[in-house]
Design a protein around this ligand. Structure first.
Ligand code: 3HC
Length: 288
């Protein structure tokens, strides 16, 4: 299938990532079916993304008519068959739970058209984990977006051993058509590329603070002012979510066996207290 043949998109999962992916795709002119099991989550996704788009209109970065058109292109549903039945590309963005993801892929594969490309936005699970759940693994791969998905340019296109060449080419072109910069990841290495670099750097920042070498605030200042990264590692963890960060690290430890991924107390203690970052109003820092 070519990128020209991708006309309708389904996004499965309306959390932080799924909802922004849906609206990014809609901004680029595609009709999108956004699926969640929960009506409340769908309402909240529409409300939150609507506000983000309105802000762009207020700042003069988006025409009101383009904002309205994008809002109209997203239809929401709690019916998976309705979401995926006419989709040429399904992007799944549900919680990082292997059993849940496998069940979702089996269900999606039953209701999506034979020709549809099935993509997972998972950061910790390569598409190989799901290859036996779908009818056509040649059409399966990872499309990995970054938070916030309407802002960050990168999409990692991760080739699995089962992924057909034309699926990879089409996914790369699709990412360009939705205004993103795709990077092709040729092997299913843990963390792919950007997370592999960022989360190991984050581990170093955590260790430096735990060892008393530097304060958290100064570690973040060093990264921002010395490396020119937009956020320090503690700020980044708060944005991503400390529970998500812990999961990425512990999956890294579990899947690679490498000690460098093992989450350390500075992180796990916050998670145990329910201080999960911006989403709970407090993580390493109180939310602004
Ligand atoms: N959702 C949507 N848009 C957001 C946003 C959010 N949560 N936060 C900020 N924005 C938008 C703002 O509206 C603004 O848009 P505009 O340019 O159209 O006006 C733009 O982003 C810049 O925001 P601000 O001016 O408020 O603030 P900054 O200039 O500090 O930028 C940032 C904020 C874009 C988040 C920037 O700090 C940044 O790039 N941080 C690094 C983020 C990062 O590394 N993300 C990757 C995390 S790892 C990951 O996602 C992988 C996954 O597997 C976990």
């Amino acid at each position: 299938m070519t990128a020209d043949e991708i006309r309708t998109i389904a996004v499965v999962g309306a959390g932080t990532m799924g909802s922004q992916i849906a609206y990014q795709v809609a901004l680029s002119g595609y009709p999108v079916h956004l699926y969640s099991r929960s009506n409340e989550r769908l309402t909240s996704a529409v409300g939150h993304c609507g506000k983000l788009l309105l802000k762009r209109v207020e700042k003069g970065k988006l025409e009101q008519t383009d904002c309205d058109a994008a809002m109209e292109r997203v239809s929401t549903t709690t019916d998976l068959a309705e979401a995926c039945g006419s989709a040429d590309l399904v992007i799944k963005s549900v919680a990082e739970d292997r059993r849940l993801k496998r069940d979702m892929f089996s269900a999606i594969s039953e209701v999506a058209p034979e020709h549809a490309i099935l993509a997972t936005n998972s950061s910790t699970m390569a598409s190989s984990f799901f290859a036996d759940c779908v009818r056509n693994p040649a059409r399966l791969l990872n499309l990995h977006f970054f938070n916030p998905a309407m802002v960050m340019q990168l999409v990692e296109v991760v080739r699995g051993p089962h992924t057909a060449e034309d699926t990879v080419t089409t996914a790369m072109e699709f990412a360009r058509r939705i205004g993103k910069t795709p990077v092709l990841v040729n092997k299913e290495a843990y963390g792919f590329v950007a997370n592999r670099i960022a989360f190991i750097a984050m581990q170093e920042a955590f260790k430096l603070v735990e060892e008393g070498v530097v304060s958290m605030e100064d570690a973040d200042l060093a990264v921002r002012n010395g490396l020119g990264w937009p956020m320090g590692m503690f700020e980044l963890a708060d944005l991503v979510g400390l529970d998500v960060t812990e999961n990425i690290l512990s999956q890294g430890h579990y899947q690679t066996g490498e000690e460098r991924w093992r989450p350390t107390p500075i992180l796990t203690d916050h998670v145990a207290r329910g201080e999960l970052g911006r989403k709970t109003g407090r993580g390493f820092y109180p939310s602004r």
